[in-house]
Design a protein around this ligand. Structure first.
Ligand code: FAD
Length: 486
């Protein structure tokens, strides 16, 4: 049976659950919840709800399940694949988790923190720091994105190399199921081998299997020192050699290894106020690496200096800066972190968040550049990303002077070519941003029938009426989720 639009009676009931001021019905109040960061999608809804507790989320889902009304969960609205935005039909309601913003508990000795879904990532990091601990997940959107959204998207970011992605930062979850039941899985255990791992099902499910309302987060020892270096290299083969040497020398102390192209650096310098070129000349590729040390004994600095001297002696790096102050370190990191935003000033940009084995990054970029030139001569690849994770943000900026809409009309064709190449190279068409709405058709193209059947079976089991984030991630067919035989 298809989903239905919310009736006036249901809207009044849902508004009463959250109380005055937290059921938004005017377009002015709803605007911030209906467009996303890249401006690709603008949704419509009759109702945005801002519940203030797990019990309220449960009551909302119970009522929507009963009434067969679609629900779009939303965290900080920084997602890059449109998963958090309702469709243009206006038939779904939006549930914002922003008011579930309490830190429930911090145990610095046991090294864990229980935070509600709407706590921003930056607040989680700050709270860990206040207790002398470290929460390693770090994204350029951390001031706005929420921990619930990070877990729902299994976010990656800058420290995956040493600490893993969001999935690896969590030991327990509290989730409201599609029918309103609450699963209390807020366990802080290191070992728990009791049956299927329900926690891992919800992480990365992008709001299609349940609404995460709280999580037990793992805290790590806070590094006493962190040192960064910004390097110039001649090509990506040299970048790989530098990565291998850095990994061999620093081991788990190598906490980040990022890269950006000459064009990407030019874009940041041209459009982000207060940024400065690290070198007097331009070089083909740049690397940004970070070494962390557990003790403030200068060992991190000597390790990095020895590494850079050896790399320079062997001709692997062309130039290097090693900032000596925290302000200098922040300045080189800004060159990388501002890139996502800076690109919009150059016009249309067609995005690919892909991954390949790290040894194949150079070959991927060579082949991708050639495909792009065939599809749109003069288009400007703006490649950057998390080199150490094999994660390339292969964004392609429009040719100078081309009309933006005409360029963006090539999105499907360019995605198809790049994703086909990625599949040939054994990579992934979504390294860290997820599937959402943007890549749903692509998921169907690249995952096997068995994998798609398994995903549909999970969706049908956990959300039999298909009310949770309908139309996102997995196509369940016009008649709603039917369990396939597996
Ligand atoms: P939203 O955007 O609100 O939602 C994202 C998805 O999760 C939607 O499908 C939504 O329905 C679902 N969802 C949200 N909250 C919940 C919940 N509590 N329960 C169930 N489902 C929920 N991503 C990376 O991985 N790495 C990066 O380095 C990175 N850098 C970024 C830089 C910038 C400048 C920007 C704008 C984005 C970046 N992102 C990055 C993408 C984005 O920040 C992440 O995907 C983030 O995890 C989304 O969190 P959010 O709270 O904003 O979620």
């Amino acid at each position: 049976m298809p989903l239905l639009p919310p009736t006036p009676t249901l809207i009044a009931h849902l508004a009463a659950i959250v109380g005055p001021g937290h059921a938004l019905t005017t377009s002015a109040d709803q605007a911030a919840y209906l467009t996303e960061w890249r401006g690709l999608y603008t949704g419509r809804t009759l109702l945005v709800l801002r519940p203030g507790s797990t019990a309220e989320v449960s009551a909302i889902l119970s009522a929507c399940h009963e009434a067969r009304v679609g629900v779009v969960p939303q965290g900080g609205n920084t997602g890059l694949v449109g998963g958090q935005i309702p469709f243009e039909t206006g038939r779904e309601i939006v549930v914002s988790l922003a008011r579930l913003n309490r830190i429930r508990h911090v145990d610095p000795h046991g090294r864990h923190m229980t935070a509600e879904a709407g706590v921003t990532l930056a607040s989680v990091q700050a709270e860990a720091d206040r207790h002398g601990q470290f929460f390693p997940l770090s994204l350029a959107s951390e001031g706005t994105c929420q921990i619930g959204g990070n877990l729902a998207t299994n976010a990656g970011g800058l420290n995956v190399l040493a600490y893993g992605n969001a999935r690896e930062q969590v030991s327990g979850l509290e989730v409201v199921l599609a029918d309103g039941r609450v699963w209390d899985g807020l366990r802080a255990l290191k070992k728990d081998n009791t049956g299927y791992d329900l926690r891992d099902l919800f992480i990365g499910s992008e709001g299609t299997l349940g609404i995460i309302t709280a999580a037990v987060l793992k805290l790590r020892p806070r590094p006493a020192e962190r040192y960064s270096a910004f390097l110039a290299v001649a090509d990506l083969d040299a970048a790989l050699a530098v990565f291998k040497r850095a990994e061999a020398k620093a081991g788990s102390r190598l906490t980040a290894f990022e890269f950006l192209s000459a064009f990407a650096l030019r874009v940041v310098l041209a459009h982000v106020a207060g940024t400065r070129a690290p070198f007097g000349a331009s070089y083909p590729w740049y690397l940004l690496l970070e070494v962390s040390a557990p003790e403030a004994d200068g060992s991190g600095a000597s390790l990095l200096e020895e590494l850079l001297t050896a790399l320079a002696d062997d001709g692997l790096i062309l130039k290097a800066v090693l900032p000596q102050t925290e302000a200098g370190r922040a300045a080189v990191w800004r060159l990388r972190e501002e890139l996502s935003d800076a690109q919009r000033h150059e016009g249309g940009s067609i995005k690919h968040d892909v991954s390949v084995p790290v040894e194949q990054i150079a070959e991927f970029i060579r082949r991708a550049d050639s495909l792009v030139e065939q599809i749109c001569p003069g288009a400007r690849p703006c490649a950057f990303g998390h080199f150490g994770d094999g994660n390339i943000h292969y964004n392609v900026t429009q040719p100078a002077g081309m009309e933006k809409a005409a360029y963006l009309a090539l999105w499907g064709m360019m995605n198809e070519a790049i994703h086909t190449l990625i599949a040939e190279m054994g990579g992934s068409i979504s390294a860290e941003h997820g599937i959402g709405r943007l890549k749903r058709a692509e998921l169907a193209r690249f995952r096997s029938k068995v994998e798609l059947d398994l995903m549909r079976a999970l969706k049908a089991a956990l959300d039999p009426r298909g009310i949770l984030n309908p139309g996102k991630v997995i196509d369940v067919g016009a008649d709603g989720p039917q369990p396939p035989s597996i």
